[in-house]
Design a protein around this ligand. Sequence first.
Ligand code: ZN
Length: 127
Amino acid sequence: MDPINPLEQALHAARARVLADLVTGEVAEADVVSLVEDSVVQRRWWVEQWPAGADYVAGLVAQDVQDALLERYGRWPLCPVCPSGGPHALDVEPELGPDPYWVCHKAGVKVAAVGSLGRATGGMPSS
Ligand SMILES: [Zn+2]
């Protein structure tokens, strides 16, 4: 057996985290999942050129999918913390760094780690 490739592990983890957030937002349709796959393919190439960036892949895949969704469906993920002010999307911070978070720039808060959006939205009272 081949030793486990850390780059593949990072890519696999990134895909799992972004998919988890898509499921939370109930947008994990088949064509949306393919957007994640497209991003992972591109980021595999990217991280092969720059293995030190393996920790950054989750944040990058999240931003790729966010951009792709914006073109096709609209804003994602919608901010779950602001009670008013109109729907707005969360941003990934850092844009290029480890341990990416979804943040709301309007409220100036970290909402959840990428991959843990369900915990933030699930904990909100829905009525
Ligand atoms: Zn907000």
